[in-house]
Write a protein that binds this ligand. Structure first.
Ligand SMILES: NC(=O)C1=CN([C@@H]2O[C@H](COP(=O)(O)OP(=O)(O)OC[C@H]3O[C@@H](n4cnc5c(N)ncnc54)[C@H](O)[C@@H]3O)[C@@H](O)[C@H]2O)[C@@H](O)CC1
Ligand SMILES: [K+]
Length: 494
């Protein structure tokens, strides 16, 4: 499992290790791991090392000393910008500083101009960041980002909250790294919200600590192993009834496309039969996808099939009535879009949802999640893991909080961050396709938790596949996702 540790969890691991390892061991190991990552990235010899006042700065000073030498085989031309704190440095920091000063590294007082840095090493702040970057430090971060040179961040890009992936603000700044080498355990903030943009490629350096010495983490990264129990090649002796029914309820006037996209998501990910039950049943057939059966939402009886409710559903009295009926019934539900907004506006519907025994997956984007929680979307984004966990527990459902690094949470407190997907998914209708894929996997007998994990992974991987083939991220359309998702799912099942 790819565990993600909160800052508090990392601190308690460090605390436990401090009792067993000689002082300075972890810092030395962090310095060595970071040095080899820096050498790996270095395509030239001019290196700028930014070292802050804490232990993140000590790691950076170790890197500076290692890269500059006195060893004869070390060839980097290293410049160090060191920011001592107000307090006296720790013994470890003092040792790292002495090593760097004894090396061939050059210590500068301000950012030298006009140098074409081959690599910038960011060791300003790690998990000890306490407040927004200000003054000279803030200006330095802005200048570094403007240079657009390769940046290796140590542990966490400076300015980024390792727990939440938020740039510490308001109106905060953070280093935009090409790669982040993170120590002891990987961290949630590197994989969600702004984290993916700021951390770049994430590399874990466990510093010689074997997984058995680390307690279980509160979160992890999504990967096929988490849902593979449901991934099996299909038996030859199967028929459409073996793979369940999905009905997508939505499609108010002018919104016919949303349920069709969800229905295609469901169809291409293997549901046996797929219906669209439209609030405004204008279309008798989807000529591009005639396999989808069109019905009138007011008359439709889904039997025991899975319902995907909400895409383009609107907030009419009919929509409200149909949603009420769905919540009263026993069908597995995927609740998306307008259905989420109707539930957010009604404590009665929230109560009914929380008390249902059948599985439910909710797929809110941050604004929908904010409405459900009665907060603003910036509060949701400020701590996506907490928001998803809170919603899942309040509404007794599996929650997929969409956005960069989608967060999947359940009512028992499990939290997973999804690493697949890209900016191409920020397009109208991509959420409808995701809801359809969730419904498809539920209809095929997957448990709600695995269905949500699998759907989010496949949906993101479908977008990655399209981008790899040149169809995005610019101009990627939601209608292209179902076919790509089919390819991804079949590859996984093989
Ligand atoms: N403790 C350990 O065992 C290990 C720590 N390591 C490194 O140590 C880091 C954590 O070290 P620290 O706890 O010293 O924390 P940091 O080095 O992240 O920074 C803490 C220092 O910065 C100051 N500070 C915080 N926010 C500031 C701001 N916005 N402006 C100005 N000053 C600010 C604090 O007062 C404190 O002096 C990790 O991220 C990692 O890089 C690694 O070497 C691995 C082992
Ligand atoms: K850093």
């Amino acid at each position: 499992m790819k565990s993600l540790y909160s800052v508090a969890e990392i601190r308690s691991i460090e605390h436990a290790l401090a009792a067993t390892l000689p002082a300075g061991t972890l810092m030395r190991r962090a310095g060595e791991a970071a040095t080899s990552a820096a050498r790996d990235m270095l395509a030239g010899h001019k290196v700028l090392v930014l070292a802050g006042p804490g232990n993140n700065g000590s790691d950076a000073l170790e890197v500076a000393a290692n890269l500059a030498g006195p060893d004869t085989d070390a060839q980097a031309d290293v410049t160090v910008l060191y920011f001592p704190g107000a307090a006296a440095p720790s013994v470890e920091t003092a040792q790292a500083l002495a090593r760097a000063r004894a090396s061939k590294a050059h210590f500068a007082g301000t950012l030298p101009l006009g140098r074409d840095w081959s690599l910038i090493v960011d060791g300003l702040f790690g998990i000890g960041l306490e407040r927004p970057l200000a003054g000279a430090m803030r200006a330095l971060v802005d200048s570094i980002n403007e240079l657009g040179r390769p940046v290796l961040a140590l542990d966490v890009p400076s300015g980024l909250d390792a727990d939440t992936g938020a740039v510490i603000g308001p109106d905060g700044v953070a280093i935009r790294a090409t790669r982040t080498i993170t120590f002891i355990g990987d961290k949630p903030g590197l994989h969600t919200f702004e984290g993916r943009d700021y951390a770049g490629q994430v590399q874990l350096a466990p510093l010689g600590i074997d997984p058995g010495q680390r307690p279980p983490a509160g979160a992890c990264l999504n990967e096929p192993a988490l849902f593979s129990l449901h991934l099996a090649p299909r038996r030859q002796n199967s028929h459409k009834g073996s793979f369940g029914d999905v009905a997508v309820i939505g499609g108010a006037k002018g919104m016919a496309g949303a349920p069709l996209l969800a229905a295609r998501g469901a169809l291409f990910c293997g549901a046996g039969r797929v219906f669209v039950a439209a609030i405004d049943p204008l279309t008798a057939v989807d000529f591009a996808q005639p396999e989808i059966m069109m019905r009138d939402a007011q008359e439709f009886d889904s039997g025991d099939g899975t319902l995907v409710i909400g895409p383009g559903m609107g907030d009419s009295v009919i929509a409200m009535r149909v949603l009420f009926k769905a919540l009263e019934g026993t069908a597995p539900l995927v609740i998306d879009a307008d259905a989420l907004n109707l539930i957010a506006a009604s404590p009665d519907l929230q109560g009914r949802l929380a008390q249902r025994a059948a599985p439910a997956i909710l797929t809110p984007h941050p604004l929908e999640a904010a409405r459900l929680l009665g907060v603003t979307s910036s509060v949701v984004q400020g701590d996506r893991l907490a928001a998803a966990r809170e919603l899942a527990s309040r509404l007794n459902a599996v929650v997929v909080l969409k956005g960069s690094g989608s967060v999947i949470a359940n009512a028992s407190g499990a939290v997973v961050i999804n690493p697949t997907g890209n900016a191409g998914l920020a397009t109208a209708g991509s959420g409808d396709v995701l809801a359809g894929i969730c419904g498809s996997l539920l209809a095929q007998g997957w448990e709600a938790w695995e269905a949500a994990l699998g759907a989010v992974w496949v949906h993101g991987a479908a977008a990655d596949r399209l981008v790899a083939h040149g169809s995005g991220p610019i101009g990627l359309t939601a209608g292209e996702l179902p076919l790509a998702a089919r390819a991804v799912l079949n590859a996984l099942a093989r």
